[in-house]
Design a protein around this ligand. Structure first.
Ligand SMILES: [Ca+2]
Ligand SMILES: [Ca+2]
Length: 298
């Protein structure tokens, strides 16, 4: 563990010195760098088309199961000169673990000034279920130099999300922190030279999307949990949708509700039934794809 406090105070100092942003070459008010998670799928944790991780706890062989995820910055303008990223999970049922800097993770860093683990500040707070990572060169006034062509050719950090047998079926999320000073993500643009120009970003919303995690005890779409996708599963989704439309209750267990949301948009409706019926029709015609692989392309 390395201390992160120096980095925060440096940002505050830099902010006080900031002058109005004026570099016309990069003065695009609509532009913002963004942060994102990239989950690495396993047999038990499949990544759906919209990025949601679908965890089938019915496949767990032990008490705990984890999948890895990486954190990236997408910075097309390449002016980031100070980066603090903080993320958390508010649920006690998903534990953040195994925080790693990019050198440990993949042997390289997005930025050439950070080629040693010791130059990157990483801090895990297991009691708060929070992870921090900071890239700082103190009072340096220049943007970082990219190691590769793009800012997101290498991750900023990696970690594990641990799901256990006690995790109830439901919807969870790992989120970038925002809102509170000192407990938010910050990207400081630096336009070097003697002018000391800075521009600060606090990524939120579309610029810092959460990693959604849906947990159920069965395969996606397998409403009756018989290990297969059949027309009956699709029919049950349609029945649940009809019930939802009339009295607001699906009649499903929490496990079934998660398994029924085929497109992982948070609601159960006719689209989910149609999608599953399409898959059932495909496998009836000798399609060999898993339900997950099929929906990545359809
Ligand atoms: Ca079934
Ligand atoms: Ca849906």
């Amino acid at each position: 563990m390395k201390k992160i406090s120096f980095a925060v105070s440096t940002v505050l100092a830099a902010s006080m010195l900031a002058v109005p942003f004026s570099d016309a070459a990069v003065d695009d008010s609509s532009y913002q760098p963004s942060l994102y998670f990239k989950p690495i799928e396993t047999d038990e944790a499949q990544v759906l088309k919209n990025g949601t991780v679908y965890v089938n706890s019915g496949l767990f062989t032990g008490a705990n199961n984890s999948f890895n995820a990486e954190v990236y910055i997408d910075d097309d303008q390449k002016f980031a000169g100070h980066i603090i990223v903080k993320w958390k999970c508010d649920s006690e049922y998903i534990a953040l673990d195994n925080l790693q800097d990019p050198i440990t993770l993949c042997g390289n860093s997005p930025y050439s000034q950070f080629k040693k683990s010791s130059s990157i500040a990483v801090t895990a707070h297991p009691e708060l279920n929070e992870h921090f990572i900071s890239y700082s060169l103190g009072m340096n006034t220049e943007p970082f130099e990219l190691t590769s062509e793009n800012s997101d050719d290498y991750p900023l950090a990696g970690f594990s999300a641990v799901v256990n047998n006690e995790t109830p079926a439901g919807r969870y999320a790992v989120e970038f922190m925002s809102g509170e000073p000192g407990a938010q993500c910050e990207i400081l643009y630096k336009y070097g030279g003697d002018t000391m120009n800075f521009k600060e970003f606090f990524p939120v919303g579309d610029y810092a999307k959460p990693m959604k995690i849906n947990v159920s005890d069965r395969m996606l779409g397998d409403i009756d949990n018989d290990g297969m996708i059949t027309g009956s599963d699709a029919t049950q989704i349609l029945v649940a949708y009809t019930k939802l439309s009339s009295n607001g209750e699906s009649g499903f267990t929490p496990e079934q509700e998660i398994a029924a949301d085929i497109d992982a948009d948070g609601i159960i409706n006719g689209s989910d039934a149609t999608l599953l019926l399409n898959y059932y029709t495909a496998i009836s015609s000798n399609c060999k794809l898993s339900v997950y692989d099929y929906f990545l392309n359809n």
